[in-house]
Design a protein. Structure first.
Length: 199
């Protein structure tokens, strides 16, 4: 299977599975098909496997961003994937031997940061449809990721189909910047990066 095919939902099986899940639960799935290869690569391009720490992936679905992380140079055992859909979790385990897949809600992130198989978190990378969630829940997820007492992430990366960041009003302790705009997606997407403010 070619890299470009794998990055498009890991082929036809992944695309079919993703669409079935969308029909079953559109709010949690967020789109009819997986993200494009271009979007997946844009989401991980600020990450460097030479730096210490692993990656926690939220809502990996059929593994498009997971594959981009591995293509970037992260070994599967440096990625913890939190996936709430059993069919996606099973697909990921089959597609990526060695990937650390945990069947749970992304909003249980704090519990999983306390039990990681690697030292430190370089980034939390999210493909969640965050804008379908209440503002307080979004803010809580960001604060957990960046300020967790066990393993605070250096970055929180999220994409949206809008030109505004998905989480705002986090105060001066958090900065957000737009790292990419990707028109080559079913819906053009913007990639956002959140970090702790220096000083």
């Amino acid at each position: 299977m070619s890299s470009s095919l794998r990055l498009s939902g890991l082929g036809r099986d992944g695309n079919r599975l993703f669409f079935r899940r969308f029909v079953k639960d559109p709010l949690r799935t967020g789109a009819q098909i997986p993200s494009s290869a271009a979007l997946a690569r844009a989401m991980v391009r600020t990450l460097d496997p030479a730096r210490p720490g692993g990656v926690v992936e939220l809502g990996p679905g059929t593994g498009v961003v997971t594959h981009a992380l591995i293509e970037r140079g992260f070994a599967p055992d440096r990625i913890v994937a939190l996936e709430i859909a059993p069919e996606f979790a099973s697909f990921l385990r089959s597609a990526f031997p060695g990937l650390l897949v945990r069947l749970d809600s992304a909003f249980e992130l704090e519990r999983h940061l306390a039990d990681l198989p690697f030292e430190g978190v370089q980034a939390v990378v999210s493909s969640l449809p965050l804008l379908t969630q209440p503002v307080a829940l979004r803010q809580g997820l960001l604060r957990t990721a960046l300020f967790d007492r066990h393993a605070p992430a250096a970055e929180f990366i999220q994409f949206t189909y809008f030109f505004r960041p998905p989480v705002t009003d986090l105060g001066p302790s958090v900065v957000v910047d737009r790292t990419a705009f990707v028109p080559w997606n079913v819906y053009p997407a913007t990639v956002w990066r959140y970090r702790r403010a220096s000083g």
